[in-house]
Write a protein that binds this ligand. Sequence first.
Ligand SMILES: Cc1cc2nc3c(=O)[nH]c(=O)nc-3n(C[C@H](O)[C@H](O)[C@H](O)COP(=O)(O)OP(=O)(O)OC[C@H]3O[C@@H](n4cnc5c(N)ncnc54)[C@H](O)[C@@H]3O)c2cc1C
Length: 305
Amino acid sequence: MIDYDSYEGKFTSNAPLGGQSWFRCGGRADLLFEPKDVDDLAVFLKEYPKDEPLIILGGMANCIIRDGGIRGCVIRLGKSFTEIEVQDNKIMAGAGALNGSVASAAAKAGIGGLEFLSGIPGTIGGAVNMNAGAYGSEVKGVLISAMSLDRDGYFIPFATHEMDMSYRHCGVPAGTIFVGAIFEGVQEDKEAVRARLKEIKAKRQTTQPISEQTGGSTFANPSAKELEQAGLPEGTRAWQLVEKVGGRELQIGCARMSDKHLNFMINTGSATATDLENLGDEIIRRVYKEFGLTLHWEIKRLGDR
Ligand SMILES: Cc1cc2nc3c(=O)[nH]c(=O)nc-3n(C[C@H](O)[C@H](O)[C@H](O)COP(=O)(O)OP(=O)(O)OC[C@H]3O[C@@H](n4cnc5c(N)ncnc54)[C@H](O)[C@@H]3O)c2cc1C
């Protein structure tokens, strides 16, 4: 039995999580824990029953919280996990720090190479876990190491080469909770770095529906092997397949694909998480029917339908 009063962090029962996700819809979490610091989190992980479901979430910029809600406990990292420290050309960031804040801190210090993070909503923990990337760069390319706690609350550091990172994938053991990361960039002229940040901001505004209720790329781009097996041209992107199967016109409730970027699903008002998921599944079904290729969800769908 957990003694909730013995923790310094905050517990919320029946927490309205979906409304806080980027899609602004979906269900609740049975229990939300926002640990005060790493020690608080480590003690909790040691005490929390191993057979109870547990998940860590960051900015919820890449997930659908299903309408039936999430069983067990959701952990979200609070303020003490948002610190950012610069040392020479290295940046140490808590896993709860926003990617945009890390990119800005790097630019302010004249450290180049991390600008791409400014275009990726969410936290460092989520970015490391997803090996997030944009504009030809990805986390793997600038990450030196990550600090984590395992499901039992033990501190585990990882060097990047131990993390089996690939396109939108990080191969650390299930249950790993990142608590911080160290990145390395290159010393550059501050104005040049700032100019690239500005460029990325402008590019995002014209190519992504960033002011909409969305969750980033809905489907992973098919691999070269998948395209070859389906007889599709090399380099075909997920959005092109969405377009080919009539995804631009498809609407389920208030769920549709964005005109600005056809691989971005949006909630235009009162979509439910089920509407969003049904829309994605319908596109997957159509693409398979027409091309024999299975699109894979990039967005995480969490909880019960
Ligand atoms: C408008 C928009 C544009 C986007 N553009 C891009 C883009 O260009 N490139 C890109 O890669 N992504 C993009 N995304 C998707 C999203 O921003 C990234 O996937 C981001 O890394 C998610 O971070 P998060 O903190 O929100 O994670 P969440 O959505 O909260 O979680 C995502 C996954 O990471 C895990 N996770 C979260 N925190 C931790 C932690 N501390 N330790 C271990 N696991 C953790 C969760 O369990 C979950 O499996 C975009 C999203 C939006 C809404």
